[in-house]
Every structure is written in C-alpha cells, then in structure tokens.
Design a binder for this molecule. Sequence first.
Ligand SMILES: [Fe+2]
Ligand SMILES: [Fe+2]
Length: 350
Amino acid sequence: MEPTAGHVLVVDDEPVLCELVKQELVAQGFDCRVATDSRRVRSLLDATPRAFDVLIVDVCMPHLSGLELLAHAKSHMPECKVILISGNSRREFVAQALLLGAYDYVEKPFDAGELVEIVRRARGEENGGSGLYDRAAEAMTLSAQARHASLDSVSALVRAVEAKDPYTRRHSEQVAHYAVNIAKAMGLSGRRLESVRVAALLHDIGKIGVPDRILTKAGPLTSDEFQFIRHHPALGSDILSNITLFGGEASLVRHHHERWDGQGYPDGLAGEDIPFISRIIQVADCIDAMLMERIYKKSYSVGKMLAELIRCSGTQFDPKVASVSIQWCRANREKLILPGKIATAEILSA
Ligand SMILES: [Fe+2]
Ligand SMILES: [Fe+2]
C-alpha cells in the first residue's frame, strides 16, 4: 500500500537509533528510509531530489556533519524540510541552523513520538511557521531581557561607586549619552550601538577596586595612588569577563584609557589596534570630564572643551572620532550636560 503521510530519510551513524525512528514513523503511516553513512546521502539526494519530503539528520556524524548535509539539501531541494537531531542547543548553533534553513531540531536524548510530531507538523505546513524560528525568537528575547535586568543591577554598582564622589555622580550615564550619540553619528546601529551603550555605562566599574580616599582626593595623586587609578580599566574588564552577558564588552572597557598615539594604558595600544568602540568611549569620557566640575578642577566652557578635542586629535584621540564628536557637539549644544544643568530623560534619550 502506498503510504500517504510522506517520505522521510533518517540519517544517523547509529543504526539502532535509525531503526527506532523508522519503526515509529512507519507505524504512523510514513514511508521511511535510513542511511548510516553520510557520504552516500549526498549522492542519493542528488540522484533523487524529489524522493524525500523530510530529512532527519544527526548533527554529529563522521565524514559529513549534519549542518553540511543541511546546507547541501537546502541548496538542491529547497522544499524539503530538514530536522536536525542534536545534543547542542546553544544559541549560536540554533542561529546557524536557522540561517542554513533548518525546519526544527530535537535534542538528544529525545522521545521518538515527539520527533514524529515534528515530522507531521513539517508535512502539514507550507514554508515558514517553523518551530525553530519560534525557538530562536524566544531565545533572543529571553537573552535580551536577561541582559537588560543584569545591566540594571550592574549599573547600580557603578552608581554606588560614583556616589562616593559628588563630582562624578551620573558620570557613566552621561558618558553613555555622548558615546551613543557619537556612535550614531558615525553610522553605528543595532547590536553595535547597544554595545556602545552598555560598555559606556560600565566603563568605570573597575573603580570599585580603587580606595575611596584616592577616588575623592582633592590634591595631586602620588605615583602609588595613580597606579591604583591606572588599574581600573583592567579590573573592570576582569569583572565583566566573568559575567557571561557582558563578556563581549570586557575588552571595550579594558581599552577606554588607551590613546591614539600609544601613550595610554593599560596595554599601550595605538591607532586602530584600539577597539573602535573604546575610541568612541574615550572621547565621550573626556567630553564629560571636561564639562563637569571635579574636585581638582573647574568645569571647562564648551569652547575650551572643543578646543581641547581639536588640540588632542591625532595624539590622544582617533582623529575621525574627534572630528565627528566636534561636529555633533556644535550641532547639538542643547544636549551637552553642563554643571547645574539637569540631565533630563529627554536630553539623555538619544
Ligand atoms: Fe575610566
Ligand atoms: Fe570615566
């Protein structure tokens, strides 16, 4: 009798698993073939491109990986639905499988009945509506929410450090404001822009390790005290590299006191060896430091601050970042936060 449910090929180097899945599919009215040697599958698909409606493919196989087979199948028979069997549900894997056109995946160990349900769903649907899309979207939403919630907690730590010194209160928030605006003016968007905001908000988190008496000292620092200050970018980077959600920002924080001419710290990187986002944060950091009053200096006027950006372009600052920053400051004077001016939500929302 001609089966009506659909034609399925199961590819896995474990014969027992293949047989189990085959039995379940045949019991549910599917026509099912199995293949345990991935090398033969490619030629089988090329010779009979319309023979299968659904492929079930193990990701980890000798000779040809499931992802390679998926890519081959989707380029030669795009209408065929491919379901991956994998022991790996990491986000990067799901994203890669999705990009290559997988319909869905099941994690090992799995229930054969659950797999048959996915095959039935794949047969019942036209293009789109894949469970993998839903799972990837869900994973990305959850990860964005977790990052948001963690950012709130970690930023609270930064605010606690800044609160020790009334002159640096709201410094990180204001640096983030300038950095995001400069980054936008330089054409950054999406995830990179988000990274600018996070790294700027957390750039001074390493000051947690600097004693209060040094952070709030009015007079000049001794060289020992200055060593403590110089350590804060590396300490900040170490802290963030231990928080999975902000691991990507760790090196951006590490390099926010490097200089274009290589005379900065902690690594003395120069020019384009300094991460681009760190170069933006460095300029934003200096704009805020110059415009605000500090315990050891008066605030600069906007004109003096702009003159400093020009003077230090190409030595301290990346000339392109400095030039865009100067243009942005000139065109957006109402968005500069000056002493005594309340940085309202309207100003800070870039
Ligand atoms: Fe800093
Ligand atoms: Fe700073």
